[in-house]
Design a protein around this ligand. Structure first.
Ligand SMILES: [Zn+2]
Ligand SMILES: [Zn+2]
Length: 146
């Protein structure tokens, strides 16, 4: 899955800037679907001169070139993913964590059968992640006197 960041940029004839490399590296080492602010804050620690606009612009460029994917699972929030193969996402409504869900969508063949050419497939699930579901369970148990 991991490809050399430098090669990824060169293949698309993108200018190789340290910022783009930093952002790509961050996303390839953090498959947690961070948002732009999270990436900015993390990189700012080692690159104090980094501007928010640079991060936003770089993300926009990388997204356009399909090097990264933008996920808009919750309204008004964009999260980024360096995995560009087809996979689905689960948003935990409690801790806001987005996890990858490995599923093959059984409907793809039916859609393609209608003459459509599919470029992207997104599946979104929302609910409680295993950790939060357990916490919820414990809370319910403590409420229950039996
Ligand atoms: Zn959770
Ligand atoms: Zn993902």
């Amino acid at each position: 899955m991991y490809e050399d960041d430098l090669t990824l940029l060169r293949q698309r004839n993108l200018k190789v800037t340290p910022q783009r490399l930093q952002i790509l590296h961050y996303l390839h080492t953090h498959y947690t679907h961070p948002d732009a602010d999270e990436i900015y804050t993390a990189l700012k620690r080692t690159s104090p001169s980094l501007s928010r606009t640079t991060v936003y612009n770089a993300l926009e460029t990388l997204k356009k070139e399909n090097i990264i994917h933008a996920i808009t699972i919750s309204a008004g929030e964009t999260r980024y993913d360096a995995r560009t193969d087809t996979h689905h996402h689960f948003l935990c409504t409690a801790c806001k964590k987005i996890s990858d869900i490995e599923l093959i969508c059984p409907n793809i063949k039916r859609v393609e059968g209608g003459g459509y050419c599919i470029e992207e497939v997104h599946g979104y699930f929302k609910g409680l992640c295993p950790l939060c579901a357990k916490k919820q369970e414990r809370k319910d148990e403590s409420k229950d006197p039996t």
